[in-house]
Design a protein around this ligand. Structure first.
Ligand SMILES: [Mn+2]
Length: 323
C-alpha cells in the first residue's frame, strides 16, 4: 500500500472496470456526494458503476443517490474504490466482503489526516472534503466534457456538507475556488444548500428538541454536551439517523469551545461525536480508538455506564477546552 501521485490516480480511474464505490458507515454528504460524482464520471465513460454503503442512505441525503445503482455485492473483475474512508473499521460490514485476500480496493481517495490505509491511497489532509480532492483529480484529467451538472452538483454537495455550508475553518481559499468553479459550471448552490441545511424532517426537528433540552455544561461553560439514551430515541418513536445533526444544536451554545453528544447504541455502549472551535478532537477520539478531523471527530465507548463515559470524555476534553 503506497501513496499515489495524482497522475497515478488518474491512470487508475481511466483503467477502472465497472467500479464499486465504497463509502463509510453512517455515510455523510461528503461520502455520498463524492461517491455520486465518481459514479457520474464512470457512467459517462461507458462503465457500469455502483455505490456500496455499509449503512442505509439517510433520507436527507437520498437526493444524491436517487436513481443510482447501489450494490454491496463484490464481483470478480470489478474495480473497487473507496471515498472518504480513513480506516478499515469505517467500512463497517463492508470489511468482510471488500477487504479479503481475493478482493481489495485498488484505490482510496480521502482527506482525513489520521487513518489506517487499507489500499493504495490518495489522501490530501489540507482538503476540506473528499469532494475537493476529487475536484483536483478531475481537473487534472483536462477533459472539459466531464463536468456535467450531476457530477458538479454532487461535488458541490460534498464540499458544502463537510464545511457546514462553508462556515467551518476548513473552508480555505482553495475550497472556495473549487466551489466557485462548480457554480460557474451551472450548479444551483442555493438549492443544494437548502436540501443539505435548511430542510429537515419533522423527526429530525423533534430529535433536536430532545437534545436541546438535555444540554449540560462543564469547564465553566466551555464544554457543552448531551447524553442521548435509547429511551430518548425509542421512547419518542425516533431512529438513530434523526439524531445525526443534533451535535450542531449542542455546539451552538454560546461560550462553548468544545461540544459532544453521547448516544447510546442499539447494541450497547455509546457513540461520541466531538466538535471544537479549534482544539484537537482527533487526538481525543484516537485515545478512545476513534478518529476524525481536528475540529470534528468521533469514537465509541463501550463496557461502561453513561456517567463513566461522560467522566472519561470530560477528563480528556477539559484541558482542550481550556487551551
Ligand atoms: Mn469528508
Amino acid at each position: 500500500m503506497k501513496a499515489l501521485t495524482i497522475d497515478e490516480v488518474c491512470a487508475r480511474l481511466s483503467g477502472a472496470r465497472d467500479p464499486l464505490i465504497l463509502v463509510h458507515t453512517k455515510p455523510d454528504g461528503d461520502a455520498l456526494g463524492s461517491a455520486a460524482a465518481l459514479y457520474h464520471f464512470f457512467l459517462a465513460r461507458g462503465q457500469k458503476p455502483a455505490i456500496a454503503s455499509p449503512d442505509p442512505i439517510p433520507a436527507r441525503l437520498s437526493f444524491l443517490t436517487d436513481g443510482l445503482s447501489l450494490s454491496n455485492q463484490p464481483e470478480a473483475g470489478r474495480t473497487v474504490i473507496s471515498v472518504d474512508v480513513a480506516s478499515p473499521s469505517q467500512l463497517g460490514a463492508l470489511q468482510e466482503t471488500f477487504l479479503t485476500d481475493a478482493i481489495r480496493p485498488s484505490l482510496m481517495i480521502d482527506h482525513h489526516a489520521v487513518g489506517i490505509p487499507f489500499a493504495d491511497h490518495y489522501v490530501l489532509p489540507e482538503a476540506a472534503a473528499t469532494g475537493e480532492v476529487l475536484c483536483g483529480v478531475f481537473a487534472h484529467l483536462h477533459d472539459s466534457a466531464l463536468w456535467t451538472t450531476p457530477l458538479c452538483t454532487s461535488l458541490y454537495a460534498a464540499i458544502s456538507s463537510d464545511t457546514g455550508c462553508f462556515r467551518y475553518s476548513n473552508a480555505t481559499p482553495a475550497t472556495h475556488r473549487a466551489a466557485a468553479q462548480l457554480l460557474s459550471f451551472g450548479v444551483d448552490g442555493a438549492a443544494v444548500n437548502h436540501l443539505l441545511f435548511d430542510s429537515k424532517s419533522r423527526e429530525q426537528i423533534a430529535a433536536e428538541g430532545i437534545v436541546a433540552a438535555k444540554i449540560q455544561t462543564a469547564a465553566g461553560g466551555r464544554i457543552a454536551y448531551a447524553v442521548i439514551s435509547r429511551a430518548d430515541i425509542d421512547g419518542a418513536g425516533l431512529a438513530d439517523e434523526h439524531f445525526e445533526t443534533a451535535i450542531d444544536i449542542v455546539r451552538s451554545l454560546r461560550g462553548a469551545t468544545v461540544a459532544f453528544t453521547l448516544k447510546e447504541q442499539k447494541a450497547g455502549g455509546y457513540r461520541a461525536s466531538l466538535r471544537s472551535t479549534g482544539a484537537d478532537m482527533a487526538s481525543v477520539a484516537a485515545a478512545f480508538g476513534g478518529g476524525g478531523h481536528l475540529r470534528a471527530a468521533g469514537c465509541s465507548l463501550t463496557g461502561m455506564t453513561a456517567e463513566a463515559a461522560v467522566a472519561a470524555l470530560l477528563d480528556k476534553l477539559a484541558p482542550a477546552a481550556l487551551e
